[in-house]
Design a protein around this ligand. Structure first.
Ligand code: PEP
Ligand code: MN
Length: 332
């Protein structure tokens, strides 16, 4: 709308959009109000709208995502998990913990240590999407129970993966943030189910997904009604085999341009190599990430999954000291 458009003119446009059988979403901005139009399956003939009083211009958004785009929501979304705030302008968060929950001793020991060192949230998989069926598949429900125990001992909120739509309500009972793994980024039934709960979702980028596909996947969750979506870059498949994946750090500034959702980096799965995790964590923060998620294990050599990329407790402590200096340099 024109910056001088009055409320009556805005309401007239909203009514015109509704009369076309579509949804109108007013987006007040500092200069002017924009009105997002949703629900069309294809190109909309804007004849009924463009000449209404107060209309400045009609922009056709052809992206497969709208609600998660900056066009629809100019201000960055802040997501609250217990008393931790994730998003634009907030101190970057640190999510730490083992790849998988393996035992009570392992998860509680890790939780107590990462809490003492300064992690904001605890990660740990109970349901594990493993490449082959002959490896450790996670403790499942028992793993969730152990995560609850670790939370009780430390107060750390829990991030854990859910793999199927059927398990969303079970995992939501234990998790503070439900994770969608890279292999499930386009499991649309799972995304839709997660759109119907009120807990935050950490959506990992598919290992071969474009940014557009990534944001379109977030749109599935968002458009069902759950607006608490955190995006996570975890490396993509390229020709390179020296690292497990290739960390695409450019997604941070790019997603910040394209979307209002917070974006974090997982340097552990991105590199597959413990020694690369600290430098890439710091690079992510300099590039503007809203947080990092790193794997930490008290005895990585004995880990049932992803030992080579897991930091030791001492390694995590060193990284956190460096991050402390970096975040104060960045002004947090
Ligand atoms: C994980 O974070 O536990 C995990 C399985 O990661 P990804 O889905 O990125 O491979
Ligand atoms: Mn892992």
């Amino acid at each position: 709308m024109h910056h001088k458009a009055n409320n009556k003119q805005i309401d007239t446009v909203i009514t015109a959009v509704k009369n076309m059988g579509l949804t109108a979403k007013p987006i007040p901005g500092s200069q002017r109000t924009a009105i997002g139009v949703l629900g069309n399956k294809g190109y909309i003939d804007d004849l009924n709208i463009r000449d209404l009083p107060g209309v400045k211009e009609v922009i056709h958004v052809t992206k497969p995502y709208k609600m998660v785009s900056r066009d629809f929501h100019p201000r960055g979304t802040i997501i609250k998990v217990a008393d931790v705030e994730i998003g634009e302008g907030k101190r970057p968060v640190v999510i730490a913990g083992p790849c998988a929950v393996e035992s009570e001793n392992q998860i509680v020991r890790t939780a107590v240590a990462v809490k003492r060192i300064g992690a904001d949230l605890l990660r740990g998989g109970a349901f594990k999407p493993r490449t082959g069926p002959h490896t450790f598949q996670g403790l499942e429900k028992e793993g969730l129970r152990l995560l609850a125990l670790a939370k009780k001992k430390t107060g750390l909120p829990i991030v854990t993966e859910v793999m199927t739509p059927e398990n969303v309500s079970l995992v939501a009972k234990y998790a503070d943030v439900l994770q969608v793994g890279t292999r499930n980024m386009q499991n649309f039934d799972l995304l839709k189910e997660l759109g119907r709960i009120s807990k935050p979702v950490l959506l990992k980028r598919g290992m071969s997904a474009t940014i557009e596909e990534f944001l379109a996947a977030a749109e599935y969750i968002y458009s069902e009604g759950n607006h608490k979506v955190i995006l996570c870059e975890r490396g993509i498949r390229t020709f390179e085999t020296a690292t497990r994946n290739s960390l695409d750090l450019s997604v941070i500034p790019l997603i910040n341009e394209l979307s209002h959702l917070p974006v974090i980096i997982d340097p552990s799965h991105a590199t597959g190599k413990r020694s690369l995790v600290p430098p890439m964590s710091k690079a992510a923060l300099v590039a503007g990430a809203n947080g990092i998620m790193v794997e930490v294990h008290p005895e990585p050599d004995k880990a049932l999954s992803d030992g080579p990329q897991s930091l030791t407790i001492q390694g995590f402590e060193k990284l956190m000291r460096e991050i402390g200096k970096l975040t104060s340099f960045l002004g947090y």
